[in-house]
Design a protein around this ligand. Structure first.
Ligand code: HCA
Ligand code: CU
Length: 449
């Protein structure tokens, strides 16, 4: 403890010192639990399969290869590709990606039939993700098969895939609306037949975290193979469900970049990273090249012609923007809401702890924090930072005074950084050589419109 720090950790200025992350215990770290895989999970990245089912998606070969390379560089464990049975080009692209020699294992996603499996094996993939519908909806309205038939067929296809020496996963579509007893006996049989993984899919996005925990935890007690999970986001639970699945013993999570997929998609790669880094920073930082996230998201957003949503974890344009005055004692960079541009200002002389209002350090993702100071919600700490960035000197009282003027104008209309700056400059100019004597004159010089 330094000489300027009181026994309660508060320094002489009444501030809490900046925390040394290596010394602070993480209150969000996973609960110690032998079944949890929060600190040991794998990603099956499905932008090139589930993502191809997104309304706007059309990936040509070059785009697919660029995305696959970028995901590989990021460090995902598996890359899942559209079934080669889907189209002639899908098959060629699958073969081309297999030949890239990526570190990530390449999977293709096929219906659980011998015909599909045979075509898939020929592409040179490292593994097959087999899927069949088990809910009564799918059994009645899609393939029309009963559970005995599904089990026999699954075992036949699994045996074939295994005989070819590649990985095999068996998954049921719409697992959460399937009969639990049916599902567990089917999975028990495929586990016994030696699959590498079984998969649980929330195809319609109906599951809650608690339901996920219950189903995965129950399944964990029934199979000894790995458990993959796949969550659609129709009710906004896809990231939370993925986290809960890991807590319950799932080993693999399906993601896509920005979550693209059927309807409003699945667990987002970036959102999962945000969730997991809070739980186990060391694992996530050690395994994934987080600084590449924005680049990959931009690449995919451009390919499917969408914008990154403003509320996207990590990369949403305001994900690290602080606006309210009471939050804004953290700044290093300011944000101009009027022109939607960012203005780096260099390091501010603010010694507060960003953790007060941030659970994720933007720097871990190569991102920067912003303080939005040109608004009615601003506070004098944000303005003080701006004053010093403009190279001006003012006492705290003067900063508070000019802050009040900025807030008054911003109460009437939206203001830009330039507006705030001219108020600051005009006030400062009139303060002259003896600022303390000139407050009234300076105030009169402040522009009011
Ligand atoms: C779909 C299939 C799937 C498969 C998931 C999986 C789903 O409906 O498009 O194989 O685990 O959501 O059920 O994406
Ligand atoms: Cu899906």
């Amino acid at each position: 403890m330094s000489a300027t720090t009181a026994p309660n950790g508060v320094d002489v200025a009444g501030r809490h010192p900046v925390a040394d992350p290596s010394k602070v215990s993480n209150p969000y770290k996973p609960v110690g639990d032998y079944i949890s895989n929060i600190s040991n999970f794998k990603i099956i990245e499905s932008t090139l399969r589930e993502g191809e089912q997104f309304a706007n998606a059309f990936f040509d070969t070059e785009t697919k290869i660029n995305i696959a390379k970028a995901l590989d560089d990021f460090g995902v464990d598996y890359i899942e590709l559209t079934s080669p049975v889907a189209s002639e080009q899908s098959k060629k692209d699958c073969e081309a990606i297999c030949k890239l020699g990526l570190k990530a294992k390449i999977l293709t996603h096929v219906r659980c039939t011998m015909d599909d499996a045979k075509v898939a094996i020929e592409t040179g993939v490292d593994g097959l993700d087999l899927v069949i519908g088990t809910s009564h909806f799918l059994r009645e309205y899609s393939h029309g098969k009963d559970m005995a038939y599904i089990t026999r067929q699954a075992l036949e296809v699994i045996e074939f895939v295994k005989s070819k020496g590649v990985e095999v996963r068996f998954s049921s579509e719409d697992s959460f609306r399937s009969d639990l007893v049916d599902l567990l006996s089917l999975y028990k049989a495929v586990d016994k037949a030696g699959v590498n993984r079984v998969g649980i899919a929330d195809t319609v996005g109906c599951a809650t975290p608690r339901q996920v925990y219950d189903l995965v935890r129950t399944l964990r007690g029934v199979v000894s193979c790995d458990i993959e999970t796949h969550f659609h986001n129709d009710t906004g639970c896809a990231i939370a469900n993925a986290y809960c699945a890991l807590e319950a013993g799932a080993t693999h999570i399906d993601t896509s970049v920005i979550g693209i997929g059927e309807r409003n998609g699945i667990t987002t790669l970036g959102g999962l990273m945000a969730r997991m880094i809070v739980a186990d920073r060391e694992y996530v930082m050690g395994k994934y090249k987080l600084s590449k996230l924005k680049e990959i998201e931009d690449m995919v957003a451009e390919a499917v012609e969408i914008n990154i949503p403003f509320n996207n974890p990590i990369t949403g344009f305001c994900a690290f923007t602080h606006k309210a005055g009471i939050h804004a004692k953290v700044g290093i960079v300011i944000f101009d809401p009027y022109h939607f541009k960012r203005m780096p200002l260099g390091l501010a002389a603010i010694l507060q702890n960003p953790s007060t209002y941030e659970i994720i350090d933007p720097a871990d993702f190569g991102m920067t924090r912003y303080v939005h100071f040109a608004s009615r919600l601003t506070g004098w700490n944000a303005i003080k930072t701006r004053v010093s960035q403009l190279g001006l000197e003012m006492s705290d009282d003067q900063v508070k005074f000019v802050t009040a003027k900025i807030k008054a104008l911003a109460d009437v209309r939206p203001i830009a950084i330039d507006d705030a700056d001219s108020i600051i400059r005009a006030f400062h100019l009139t303060l002259g050589e003896h600022p303390e004597k000139n407050m009234d004159a300076a105030a009169a010089a402040i522009p009011t419109a």
